[in-house]
Each structure stands twice: as structure tokens, then as C-alpha cells.
Design a protein around this ligand. Structure first.
Ligand code: ZN
Length: 383
């Protein structure tokens, strides 16, 4: 166990400080010891205390006695007295809560009067010891001129008042306090980034985002905050993956695992295509294989050859998708903002087609599929 400074060393270093600094250190030590005491008792009682628990909440749970301080006359000295009159090196200062009176005891009278278990007292003393070490660290750092600039961190609202006050009084922060500030900075920056990203999302994107696990959320935040990565890949035609389509239609960047699935799909598609060229070379057309499904690897891909998309006309769309379109129309009030946009696009596309314009059939199918998933409408055979 690290030895705290001796009484005279503390006295010597304290004399370098101005009264306000001294008062801060004394008050802070006392306060910290009190919380160590409360922590130790709460632990025994099975009450969980975190950094955020205000100790006003816990104090009523503590019984009659509160250990306020332990005074030490230093090796070989007996400067203090017990209430019973015995000369002491260590005096335990305890407050009797109901009487609101502080008593000074030696260890045996202390145990006798307060009825506290010896191992609890040991636990508390360990806490006090760490508070003393912290105080010593501040004094030594002050003496050595080991200061740390807190200015770049002052915008972080979560830095505790004690740390700000300690810095304001030109008292150096301990190593633990510095680590704590750096930790708070990291958390703060993450929160800021999240806020920035969320503020740019529409309600549909937020809905998708908030349903994700924290790892996925983290990946999206990184991608959205790095504009360069935020480019959208076109999905290969015929690629159906509920989650990818959801992300795609929401305008969220795809995750790495989505790209992985797309790459896999493209690879399978390539293999099918190559196979069809070989088969054509062997005079056995795809039509004669009866439209069966070809199993390649883990994925099942349709056996239709990948041909350049045929021009689609209005009548074909109606023949293929009329029932689906009708089901969507009768449920369109249930669509989210983002999907409503897609639905408007579909309607526009159909109108355009009727007026003789061309249409991007694969984006039509993608949007319609996604809407069907959201509305729990069965996909027609052409989707
Ligand atoms: Zn005594």
C-alpha cells in the first residue's frame, strides 16, 4: 500500500498554498471521506452506488453514526484524546446523527460505541487512505508545477464541479481526474456526433436507425459523418434482401455486411450467366430446363438467364402488378414518410409510362417490394 505523506510533509506543502486553495483541499478531502464512508456502508447493505447517485439520497439510509475523519498524530506521537481520556495516535471523529454531535474515539471505543463490524471499519479506512493519497498527489503536483490545461475541455458540460473548481483555483488535477476528463470528452463527442447525424435524418430514417443494435448504429454514424463514404451503390436487379432494401429505400448508407451480401449475389449472378453461355454453346437452351431453380453455393438464384432488361410498357405493368398496386393503394395511409415518397415515385412512373415515357423497372420493383414488406402485402410473382 502506498504511504501517504507524513503530517509534517502535508503541512509543509499546504503552506505553499493560498487560503482559498487550502480551504478547497480540506473541504474536498472531508467531503470525499464522507462519501467513502457512505459508499462502504451502502455496499454492506447491498445498495448500488454509482458516480451519479447523489449522496443526499443515500445518507438517510445510513444509521446513527457517521465517520467524519480520522486524525493521525504521526509515528510515535499521541496528540489526541479519546472521550474516555486515553491518549491516542489515531482519533476517529464520528458524528452522532440524532444528537448532531461529533465525538472523538480511539479504535476500541469507536467499535464499542458505534457497533460497527471491524471489517467495515477496515473498508472505510481503505477509502480514507485513497482520499489522502489523492490529496497528496495534488500537493506534490503543485510543488512540481505539474499542471494540465483544462481550457480545451471547458465546453464539455459533464465535467464535475469539483474538477472545474480545482482548476479555477490553479490546483493541478490528479492523474485519475485527467483520465476522467478525457473519458468524458470521448463520450461527449460521441453524443454530439449522434445528435448531428440524427438531426439530418427524416423520421423514417430515424425509425430504421433506432431499431438497430449499437454496433450497426455506430457504423452508420461513422459513415454519415464521413461524407466521402456516403455514396449509394445501385442494387443489382433481382436482388432481394429485406434489410438491404429497407436501408436503400430509406436513403441510409449500407452496412459492410450488406455490401458483402451484394458482392455474393453478384458473384452468383456471374456464375449463372457464365453457365448459361456454356449451356447455349452446348445447344441446350434455358427454356428447355423448364425454369427450374439452380442451386449454386448457399444462394438460390432464378434460372432465368440474365438478359438486358426488356422495354416495359404500361400494359405489361398492369398485367403483372395490378393486384399488388391496388392492395398498396387501399393501405397507403399506413405508409411512413419515406415509403410514401417511394409510392409517389411509383405512381409517377406509371403515369409517365402511360404517356409513352420509359421507366426504370428495377427501381420500380425495388420500391414496390419494399412497400409490400412494410404493409405485409404478399409479393406478386414478378417482384
Ligand atoms: Zn476510549
Amino acid at each position: 500500500m502506498l504511504q501517504p505523506l507524513s503530517k509534517s510533509e502535508v503541512h509543509q506543502l499546504m503552506s505553499l498554498l493560498d487560503p482559498e486553495q487550502r480551504e478547497f483541499i480540506e473541504k474536498y478531502s472531508k467531503q470525499s471521506k464522507k462519501s467513502k464512508w457512505i459508499e462502504a456502508i451502502a455496499r454492506r447493505k447491498g445498495i448500488v452506488i454509482t458516480e451519479e447517485t447523489a449522496y443526499e439520497e443515500i445518507e438517510p439510509l445510513i444509521d446513527d453514526w457517521v465517520l467524519v475523519d480520522v486524525l493521525d498524530s504521526g509515528f510515535g506521537n499521541r496528540d489526541y484524546r479519546c472521550e474516555c481520556g486515553r491518549a491516542l495516535r489515531y482519533q476517529y471523529r464520528v458524528l452522532h446523527k440524532r444528537e448532531e454531535k461529533v465525538y472523538g474515539y480511539g479504535v476500541s471505543c469507536f467499535e464499542h460505541h458505534t457497533n460497527l463490524a471491524p471489517n467495515l471499519i477496515k473498508d472505510i479506512l481503505k477509502g480514507f487512505h485513497s482520499v489522502d493519497l489523492e490529496r497528496d498527489e495534488i500537493l506534490i503536483k503543485y510543488f512540481q508545477g505539474d499542471f494540465w490545461n483544462l481550457k480545451p475541455f471547458l465546453h464539455i458540460e459533464t465535467i464535475p464541479y469539483e474538477i472545474l473548481e480545482q482548476d479555477r483555483l490553479d490546483l493541478p488535477l490528479t492523474d485519475n481526474q485527467r483520465i476522467k476528463v478525457l473519458r468524458l470528452k470521448k463520450v461527449y463527442e460521441q453524443e454530439q456526433l449522434l445528435e448531428r447525424v440524427l438531426s439530418k435524418m427524416d423520421s423514417y430514417q430515424k425509425e430504421v436507425f433506432q431499431a438497430l443494435g449499437s454496433t450497426d448504429q455506430h457504423e452508420i454514424i461513422q459513415k454519415l459523418s464521413n461524407d466521402k463514404e456516403n455514396t449509394f451503390t445501385e442494387l443489382p436487379s433481382g436482388f432481394i434482401d429485406k434489410e438491404v432494401i429497407l436501408f436503400y429505400s430509406a436513403g441510409l448508407p449500407l452496412l459492410e455486411r450488406h455490401y458483402e451480401r451484394i458482392r455474393e449475389y453478384r458473384w452468383e449472378q456471374y456464375k449463372v450467366k457464365r453457365r448459361s453461355i456454356i449451356d447455349d454453346g452446348n445447344q441446350s437452351s434455358w427454356a428447355s430446363s423448364g425454369g427450374s431453380t439452380l442451386k449454386t453455393g448457399r444462394m438460390v438464384v432464378p434460372s432465368r438467364p440474365i438478359a438486358p432488361p426488356a422495354k416495359i410498357d404500361y400494359q405489361t405493368i398492369i398485367d403483372r402488378h395490378l393486384e399488388t398496386l391496388k392492395s398498396v393503394r387501399s393501405n397507403e395511409d399506413k405508409l411512413s414518410e419515406g415509403l410514401m415518397r417511394d409510392w409517389k415515385t411509383i405512381e409517377e412512373q406509371i403515369r409517365g409510362l402511360k404517356a409513352g415515357k420509359e421507366m426504370d423497372y428495377s427501381s420500380f420493383k425495388l420500391n414496390l417490394t419494399n412497400i409490400c414488406y412494410a404493409l405485409h402485402i404478399a409479393l406478386d410473382e414478378f417482384l
